[in-house]
Design a protein around this ligand. Structure first.
Ligand code: LLP
Length: 430
């Protein structure tokens, strides 16, 4: 494992200046630990890139689906970021700490009327319209509320970044957004600009997640700029904003090779500047929605090892006290992680093991064939890069309680999400 981490003189893994085994002792396991400095530096790096490459003419909207709780919205707010929400629940959480509504982008491919009204009444700055039916419902809701809805349209640029390198697939098969090729994207904008309750602000795209290449992003930027040119030509409408989505990759294991974020920003901004000039368009206000790359590497989950079961000539199962209920990414996507025995962090990873969760399901694993030291019952097992899409995708499967989240910084820890209790589990049961 090439990953760098701090170890103290007891051979224990340190997180945010704290002994991880002490954190496990104090808060129990499983425990989500987030290193706040990592979050802050990612936010600041993105924000500085907007200043550097777009003269500050843009906004980073943290994609809160990656990790949503009150404290992360407070931090994003303090750092001057906007946020992207994708449900009434995320919107509620953001607003509950006073997040400025005008800096919120509201997404979703199937927003309910209730969510649309909630977003409008709250004064959300941008509603990203996904389909023609939604535009009608949005316009009707805006009329009912006697307000004008500021909208972006979600466009399918036809770049599929999830293939081996990446391919241009024309109209991709996706439940999200409007295709350019079929003319539906242009048609809906032509219609929207004439609607009295709709303010057409611009267009949005998001080509995928955990992307480690530049080309899909630069190609997408070209396609979106060309599309803006076409809109201007065909409808006369100005597209003042371009939202480029998120998707920048992080490091989970040595297989990942991250491109530094400013490289994406620089390459994409060059395209946008060139294309603006070529097409005679005003430089659009740029929005970006990084999620994973802001919180992913900040997170480490701590578990306690329980049963260690060796099946001769087959494999060794190291069972931990969490599993798919706190991290469903292995069972869902086969996602790979780095593992470390936090109380034996200075010892070599001499074994290859399967790390199993505690749910009543054979597929409830966190990793297979992973290098690990000699695991014994009572050891603390750390899993790195779990800050994104772990807590936010956790569940109460098997009525397990969702672990607490602790932020660590400069040798101090603070709970930002309390542990669920058994009472919480039955709270809504009749
Ligand atoms: N904007 C939009 C419209 C999105 O759909 C997403 C992610 C983002 C921004 C943020 O993308 P990021 O920077 O985090 O890659 N559960 C999956 C990831 C799903 C991503 C969904 N959309 C996982 O655990 O890998």
């Amino acid at each position: 494992m090439n990953r760098r981490f701090d170890i103290n003189n007891k051979g224990h893994l340190m997180l945010g200046g704290m002994d991880s085994t002490e954190l496990a002792k104090e808060y129990g396991t499983p425990l989500y630990v987030m290193e706040e400095d990592t979050i802050l530096s990612a936010m600041r790096e993105y924000k500085a890139s907007v200043d550097r490459f777009y003269d500050g003419n843009g906004l980073i909207c943290y994609a809160s689906k990656a990790f949503s709780c009150k404290e992360i919205y407070r931090i994003a707010m303090r750092e001057g970021l906007g946020t992207d929400v994708v449900s009434g629940g995320e919107l509620y959480t953001a607003l509950s700490v006073g997040f400025p509504a005008e800096k919120i982008c509201f997404h979703g491919n199937n927003k309910s009327d209730k969510e649309i009204e909630y977003a409008l009444e709250s004064g959300v700055g941008r509603i990203v319209v996904d389909n023609a039916e939604e535009l009608e419902r949005l316009s009707a809701a805006a009329e009912r509320l006697k307000i004008k809805a500021p909208v972006l349209f979600r466009i399918k640029p036809g770049v599929d970044a999830h293939t081996h390198s990446f391919v241009m697939t024309g109209q991709i098969d996706s439940k999200f957004g409007f295709a350019i090729e079929t003319g539906e994207a242009e048609a809906v904008i032509a219609k929207a600009v004439k609607m009295p309750n709709i303010i057409y602000k611009g267009i949005h795209c998001h080509i995928g997640s955990q992307i480690h290449e530049l080309l899909p992003f630069t190609e997408t930027a070209k396609i979106m700029m060309d599309f803006m040119g076409r809109i201007k030509k065909e409808t006369g409408a100005d597209t003042n904003e371009l939202n480029l989505g998120g998707g920048f990759g992080i490091i989970y294991t040595d297989e990942d090779d991250r491109i530094e974020y400013p490289s994406y920003m620089k390459a994409v901004s060059e395209i946008i500047h060139e294309k603006s000039e070529e097409l005679g368009l005003k430089l659009p206000f740029i929005l970006m929605e990084p999620g994973r790359s802001i919180v992913g590497e900040a997170g480490t989950t701590l578990y306690t090892v329980g049963a260690v079961k060796t099946i001769p000539n087959i494999r060794t199962y190291v069972s931990v006290d969490g599993g798919m209920f706190d991290n469903p990414r292995y069972i869902l996507y086969g996602s790979k992680y780095d593992f470390l025995l936090a109380n034996k962090a200075d010892q070599p990873a001499v074994n290859r093991v399967t790390v199993a969760g505690k749910c009543c399901e054979s597929g409830d694993l966190l990793g297979e064939n992973v290098p690990l030291g000699n695991a014994e019952s009572g050891d603390i097992c750390a899993v790195f890069s779990t800050g994104a899409y772990n807590y936010s995708m956790s569940s109460n499967y098997n009525r397990n309680v969702i672990p607490p989240v602790v932020f660590v910084k400069d040798g101090k820890a603070r709970v930002v999400v309390k542990p669920q209790t058994y009472e919480d589990l039955v709270r809504n049961d009749i």
